[in-house]
Design a protein around this ligand. Structure first.
Ligand SMILES: [Zn+2]
Length: 226
């Protein structure tokens, strides 16, 4: 199926224009974000590809791309990274085709080093997540920031490993199954669609963040942050 570029861009432009000049701390309490991310998720190819959109401090979309195949992840180009490192970014919005809404270890690293005020992770599962960086310029020195971000990234890497191990320990049939296989990915996605399975990790992820960062999980069934 072909990527509906026009439709997708329209959704994102609507998103950026609607929220221009409003502090993001307010926006994410706003129902309109839920509407925007909800539309974002309904793009047909959403289920199979990873998308990323970057919005600068003025509310302009400066990058918008998707994967075309495996590995199923997109990369932010060097010039956008440089802008983030120097001036910060307003929002990075992307989806997790695996339905696990928690930001990955790489998401955390990028949020910190590219000084993103917000990172929105959408899924076509039950949850979206929102990472808020309340003081993205708290560490001014880039080298120091990179060291700190690597440290936090490692914590998240360990949490992700814990998540997979806990999943295997409670679902024995996945023992020995290749963790990169679609069978394993589908199994773990299904498991973490339940509040009681997801919540302990959401709390651990939050505890592992620097004090100026906060993670919110949005339950799309109840239309509430949990
Ligand atoms: Zn991610």
């Amino acid at each position: 199926m072909k990527f509906q570029k026009g439709k997708f861009l329209h959704i994102l432009h609507t998103y950026a224009n609607t929220f221009n000049n409003i502090p993001l701390s307010q926006i994410f309490e706003d129902e309109r974000l839920n509407l925007a991310t909800g539309k974002f998720e309904k793009v047909n190819e959403y289920k199979h590809y990873e998308y990323v959109t970057v919005i600068d401090n003025k509310g302009n979309i400066i990058y918008n791309n998707k994967t075309s195949g495996l590995p199923n992840e997109v990369h932010i180009p060097k010039n956008i990274e440089k802008l983030g490192e120097e001036k910060g970014l307003k929002v990075i919005i992307h989806n997790h085709p695996n339905k696990v809404p928690l930001p990955s270890h790489n998401d955390i690293y990028k949020a910190m080093t590219l000084r993103a005020e917000n990172v929105v992770v959408t899924t076509n599962g039950k949850y979206n997540s929102l990472l808020i960086n309340n003081d993205r310029f708290a560490i001014k020195d880039t080298a120091l920031l990179n060291i700190k971000a690597t440290e936090i990234q490692q914590r998240f890497l360990n949490l992700e490993k814990d998540m997979r191990n806990d999943f295997i320990n409670t679902n024995h049939k996945y023992k020995g199954v290749d963790q990169k296989s679609s069978e394993f990915k589908q199994g773990i996605a299904k498991y973490y669609q339940k509040d009681e399975n997801m919540l302990p990790y959401y709390n651990k992820f939050n505890e592992s963040l620097p004090s100026n960062m906060e993670l919110k999980l949005y339950n799309k069934k109840t239309n509430k942050y949990i």
